[in-house]
Structure formats: structure tokens, C-alpha cells
Ligand binder design. Structure first.
Ligand SMILES: [Zn+2]
Length: 107
């Protein structure tokens, strides 16, 4: 099922994850935060090229632009009416990727 492109992206994602983990361990010495491991999700609309929800980045949140999604929010915890900010597709049109990020959030 995994195609070559997907495999390369997973490898790239793992490399990035190791960098994040290494960096976080150093930064965590005294910070009042905890590290959570969250999954990336991809919009399946071909027009999106694609858009990937990355929990380490959050989202601009076009359904409520005054309240952007902050880093550290799991895809599952996005509002039910949250939509892709590029194509407007709902959460149900996203698929989970085998790519994870570690994010520091308030403890
Ligand atoms: Zn989209």
C-alpha cells in the first residue's frame, strides 16, 4: 500500500522527528511544559497540493480567524466545524499520516 513517495515522506518525517526530540530534551530542563506526541493529517482534496494539518504549527482557523488554532492541538481536538483553510473540506475529508510531531504544551 505504501508508495515510494509516501515512504520517502515517512523517512523525512522521522528524521525531522528525531531533530525535534533531541531539541526538546535540551529545552525541557526547567520549562513548565510537557511534550505531547501528535499525528499529522492530510486533506484528501487534490486541489490542496496537499494541505497537511501539523499540530506543531496549529492553523489559521478560517471559521474563526480571531481565534487561530495554537500549536499543540491534536487533530481530533479541532472544533467539529473546523475546515481545511485552502479548500474548505471538513475534517472527515482528512486522513491520518504515519508522521508524528512532538510539541511542547503548557503542563
Ligand atoms: Zn483541503
Amino acid at each position: 500500500m505504501l508508495q515510494g513517495l509516501t515512504r520517502r515522506r515517512v523517512v523525512a518525517g522521522l528524521a525531522a522527528l528525531f531533530a525535534v526530540v533531541t531539541g526538546n530534551r535540551r529545552a525541557l530542563a526547567s520549562a513548565p511544559t510537557k511534550t505531547v506526541r501528535l499525528q499529522k493529517w492530510r486533506c484528501t482534496n487534490q486541489d490542496c497540493d496537499p494541505y497537511i494539518y501539523d499540530p506543531s504549527l496549529g492553523d489559521i482557523n478560517i471559521i474563526d480567524e480571531a481565534n487561530p488554532i495554537p500549536p499543540g492541538v491534536a487533530f481530533e481536538d479541532l472544533p467539529d466545524d473546523w475546515i481545511c483553510h485552502i479548500c474548505g473540506d471538513p475534517k472527515s475529508h482528512f486522513i491520518a499520516l504515519n508522521e508524528w510531531v512532538e510539541v511542547d504544551v503548557p503542563a
